[in-house]
Write a new protein. Structure first.
Length: 128
């Protein structure tokens, strides 16, 4: 099974043609003026290490404090074709509806099993 080297929730992530990774705005808290709220755009970037010949299904999803799945990225089939490979996966989410304040999470799934979670909070902005 592949090993997660890192996973981040951020405003934007990309990998250029040369393999350089850019990650902008890693966060663990979303400040909203009211709830429910619409969060316009976020990325989840995950780095996985694996061995030649490994094949697995990879996906991420966002869950609410009550465990409800708010959004899920399409499942990707990943095949590792070289020794000690590092695979980067980026999933983007548009228009995530956040029903209330509390502890949310991004769940990372391998072969349809949650193997890692990234917690984040939704809080009301202080007015002042």
């Amino acid at each position: 099974m592949p090993v997660i080297q890192y996973a981040h929730i951020c405003e934007y992530a990309r990998i250029d043609a040369g393999g350089s990774i850019s990650i902008i705005g890693i966060f663990d808290t979303i400040h909203v003026p009211v709830v429910p709220a619409n969060f316009p755009f976020l990325h989840v970037i995950t780095s996985l290490a694996g061995q030649r010949g490994e094949k697995f299904l990879f996906s991420t999803r966002i869950s609410a404090p009550d465990g409800a799945i708010l959004q899920a990225a399409p499942v990707s089939e990943v095949s590792i074709n070289q020794d000690q490979a590092n695979i980067k996966q980026i999933n983007g989410y548009l228009g995530t509806q956040l029903p209330g304040v509390g502890q949310y999470s991004v769940e990372i799934l391998i072969d349809n099993t949650v193997v890692h979670t990234i917690p984040f909070r939704v809080v009301l902005k202080a007015h002042g």
